[in-house]
Design a protein around this ligand. Structure first.
Ligand code: NAP
Length: 298
């Protein structure tokens, strides 16, 4: 029987746990945790993601300090805004919604975020902590994948894992997190020769390439765990749109031991890990919650 790794259900459970914590801590601290999502321009997909994040914050009791800015906003203005949010004691997490318009240097902006408020875990300090195996804020999507594996008691230590994709957002931190959990890893990219030779030997395959139905049964060894990070918007024959992953789910699920659906797998976990990171930063910044901070890190 293939185990379906239901990210939607797990996300709901984790969000309920966070809500209970936030309800208990807010009166004690005198304020709720706060998250500022900065969005520049009017990319419809980004707008939907930001709405989703703000709704999730509301559900959990996190205050939103969102900033939706026009597409022609200057780099200097954004740097100033991030400096203000860094200094604002009500804000525990800051997230720059990517992609940003071409005239904006996103790397400079990400590096301007206070590493202790880096809700997306993309600051070099936090990526460095990951490389060193030190505690810190971790990138939301790969952290969500690790939580999914953990919650379903899927062993990672000693396993062979292949990650498809090497982006700083998903692929690289994913590989490092699996390595941190004692897997032996390969990271494949668009120039990797004979990807199937790697994936067919893997106990765990994580795909984050953004290519619809790319992974067919030829890529997967029977019994492997298959994690589909990809989100691809495709047009149906009826002229409508639907979301599918990188994995040919119908064909691969019968041979996998466990698999994430799209939608409803990794996606809901990404948003939940953003909330988790915001609450983690809140605890880290408040000495009275230092014990709770240690618990959340474990
Ligand atoms: P990205 O920055 O475009 O990176 C894609 C990566 O895939 C690149 O490293 C690329 O290699 C590699 N690649 C492309 N074709 C390949 C192939 N045939 N074989 C092996 N590797 C290949 O994308 P991203 O931001 O990492 O996102 C990847 C996918 O995950 C997208 O579909 C995105 O929508 C989705 N996503 C989902 C979530 C979620 O919450 N579920 C979160 C973030 C992203 P090169 O480096 O050589 O170009």
């Amino acid at each position: 029987m293939t185990q379906i790794l239901d990210g939607k259900a797990l996300a709901k459970t984790i969000q309920a746990q966070l809500t209970t914590k936030v309800q208990a801590w807010t009166p004690r601290v005198g304020r709720p945790p706060g998250l500022a999502v900065i969005m520049v321009g009017d990319n419809p997909a980004s707008a939907a993601y930001v709405r989703n994040k703000e709704r999730a914050c509301d559900r959990v009791g996190i205050a939103s300090f969102g900033q939706k800015l026009p597409g022609d906003t200057a780099q200097a203005y954004l740097e100033g805004l991030i400096a203000e949010l860094n200094a604002d004691d009500r804000v525990d997490g800051i997230l720059l919604q990517l992609p940003v318009p071409r005239h904006i240097n996103d790397v400079t902006l990400l590096n301007t975020i206070d590493p202790d408020k880096d809700a997306d875990g993309l600051h070099p300090m936090n990526l460095g902590r990951l490389v060193r195996g030190e505690p810190g804020l971790r990138s939301c999507t790969p952290l969500g994948v690790m939580k999914l594996l953990q919650a379903h008691n899927i062993a990672v230590a000693g396993k062979r894992a292949v990650v498809l994709g090497r982006s700083i957002l998903v692929g690289k931190p994913m590989g490092l997190m699996l390595l941190e959990a004692d897997a032996t890893i390969d990271i494949a990219h668009s120039l990797t020769a004979n990807v199937t030779e790697l994936t067919r030997q893997a106990d765990i395959v994580v795909s984050a390439i953004g290519r619809p139905n790319f992974l067919t049964p030829d890529y997967i060894q029977p019994g492997a765990v298959v994690i589909d990070v990809g989100i691809n918007r495709i047009e149906t024959a009826a002229g409508q749109y639907r979301l599918i992953g990188d994995v040919d789910y119908e064909a691969v699920s019968p041979i996998a031991s466990a698999i994430t659906p799209v939608p409803g797998g990794v996606g809901p976990m990404t948003v939940t890990m953003l909330l988790h990171n915001t609450v983690l930063s809140y605890c880290q910044r408040l000495p009275e919650l230092s014990q709770e901070h240690r618990t959340l890190l474990s």
